[in-house]
Design a protein around this ligand. Structure first.
Ligand SMILES: O=C(O)[C@H](O)[C@H](O)COP(=O)(O)O
Ligand SMILES: [Mg+2]
Length: 314
């Protein structure tokens, strides 16, 4: 089914009339790194003025929702905690309320403050991440510091991997030991005494859209663990279902009157299509027009715009 390219004010007005809930991806749609996409701030303000429900859905796990609110404020985009869904938040909620990780279990983090702060917010204990002892270089071929229960804590019931600009061998080594620990998955349940260890990714984006990008994304950073362990991780972020379940639990909306605005076909557009939500792709991030025009293109949006900033002319 071919997509509709939108470029006129009347087309934009028709899009506004047809959709009450606008879900926005962030990186590559509203901003690129720390730079707002031209007109994006004005476009979101216009939607709010027209009484639209605006929800933000980012796979970026480097910041907690509180930190993201600071970024929204700095950019001049109105947002409250209940409007913001990140893969770090959705992963913390999933571990706490869906997997119901036992209180005496902790999470080994391959990632940064965003994941740690969201785990803190739901009261799930963590290790690894930005902690000092896991941000050092091991002496060449010397694994002795990893051979103690202090280093590879048997109380770790899950490994959670997300975007990590401080990725290191020691983190991969510890995470690998946790996710390959003996212990039948299921009985006792993974994450419990004697059980295995959950292996979860916040998201599996292959690349990250920021200035000078693309750059390696969270999915590329966790791939060494997938390759080494031969385990299939559970993935929370777009296009996967846990992210949509998390949004609908906090901000119910009518999918028939909703529109998802994204820059990436295999995460944003696929996510919305799986959820029965109409899709608008913009060309300010990762995916290109050539990809959706290619013969046999598997994922094609309903609508295409150059930039969400083009709405600001209304
Ligand atoms: O590598 C990553 O984590 C992703 O590229 C990044 O998080 C994408 O964020 P989004 O476009 O979903 O806001
Ligand atoms: Mg994006």
């Amino acid at each position: 089914m071919p997509y509709e390219t939108l470029s006129s004010a009347s087309q934009y007005e028709a899009l506004l009339d047809a959709h009450d809930t606008w879900l926005f991806d962030c990186d590559g749609v509203l901003w690129s790194g720390d730079e707002a996409i031209a007109g994006a701030v004005e476009a979101v303000a216009l939607l709010r003025k027209r009484g639209k429900q605006v929800i933000f859905v980012t796979n970026n796990a480097s910041k907690s929702r509180q930190a993201l609110l600071g970024k929204f404020r700095k950019m001049g985009i109105e947002a409250e905690t209940k409007d913001v869904f990140s893969s770090a938040y959705a992963s913390a909620v999933y571990l706490k309320h869906v997997l119901k990780l036992p209180e005496d279990r902790s999470v080994y983090v391959v990632g940064m403050e965003g994941i740690q702060e969201e785990l803190d917010a739901v009261g799930v204990r963590w290790c690894g991440g930005t902690s000092k002892e896991d941000n050092v270089f091991l002496p060449p071929l010397d694994f002795s510091s990893l051979l103690s229960p202090e280093a590879i804590d048997p109380k770790v019931g899950a490994v959670l991997c997300g975007f990590d600009m401080h990725l290191s061998y020691i983190k991969l080594a510890k995470a690998f030991k946790h996710i390959t620990r003996e212990g039948a998955e299921g009985e006792p349940k993974a994450g419990e005494e004697g059980g295995g260890c959950y292996f979860i990714l916040t998201n599996d984006d292959s690349t990250f859209p920021a200035k000078g990008g693309p750059w390696p994304g969270a999915g590329s950073l966790s791939s060494p663990l997938v390759f080494a362990s031969k385990r299939k991780p559970l993935i929370v972020g777009k296009p996967h279902q846990p992210m949509l379940d998390c949004i609908e639990a906090v901000q119910p909306f009518d999918k028939s009157r909703a529109l998802f605005v994204g820059d990436r076909l295999d995460t944003d557009i696929a996510f919305a299509q799986h959820g029965g939500i109409k899709t608008l792709m913009v060309l300010t991030g990762i995916s290109t027009k050539a990809e959706i025009d290619a013969e046999g293109a598997e994922i094609v949006p309903d609508f295409l715009m150059q930039s969400i900033g083009d709405l600001a002319q209304l």
